[in-house]
Design a protein around this ligand. Structure first.
Ligand SMILES: Nc1nc2c([nH]c(=O)n2[C@H]2C[C@H](O)[C@@H](COP(=O)(O)OP(=O)(O)OP(=O)(O)O)O2)c(=O)[nH]1
Length: 160
């Protein structure tokens, strides 16, 4: 069996607006997977929970405030083979979130944009994001819970 270094744990968040669109960001050219569209997020730091890391990353990258309890797990994806150095193997946990406070700003990526489900499959994304996007679209399609009232593209509605 090959050596497989301990994977890096990454969290990613699919923000879903009131019209069911999903916010993605384009990674900066020059970074790993530069120019590709991804779910906002990043590496879990030592001592952090995955949800805590997601809340921190979304604040850093988009300037939005989320509540950890509003994050719903969707799926995870992981490398099955040893990547070529310097790339390391990753486990990416995808959450979805429909409620946040603030208006998204592009603070870290090259661009941010809202996409409809059917548009996402056409985008250039890192390899692990294709199964994650598929799981997300399946979850949204099969969701039996009523969609909360969320204004399009941001804004935390008044809670009861
Ligand atoms: N955030 C995010 N990263 C992804 C996705 N898909 C995917 O393969 N990755 C990879 C790209 C990176 O190699 C790694 C995440 O690293 P990152 O550079 O975003 O992490 P970070 O914000 O903590 O950045 P840094 O402090 O290490 O610079 O996971 C995704 O959908 N979202």
């Amino acid at each position: 069996m090959k050596n497989f270094s301990t994977p890096v744990l990454v969290v990613a968040v699919a923000l879903v607006d009131g019209e069911g669109r999903i916010l993605l960001q384009r990674r900066r050219r020059g970074s790993e997977h530069g120019g590709l569209w991804e779910f906002p997020g990043g590496k879990v730091e030592p001592g952090e929970s995955p949800q805590g890391a997601a809340v921190r990353e979304i604040e850093e990258e988009l300037g939005l405030r989320l509540e950890a309890a509003r994050l719903e797990p969707v799926s995870f994806a992981s490398d099955i083979d040893v990547p070529e150095p310097p790339r390391r193997s990753y486990v990416i946990l995808l959450y979805t979130c429909r409620l946040w406070d603030g208006v998204p700003e592009c603070r870290d990526g090259e661009a941010i944009a809202w996409f409809r489900g059917e548009e996402i499959a056409e985008l250039p994304m890192p390899p692990l994001d294709y199964p994650l996007a598929e799981a997300l679209l399946e979850k949204n399609a099969n969701s039996r819970l009523p969609t909360p009232e969320v204004p399009p593209s941001g804004g935390l509605p008044t809670r009861p």
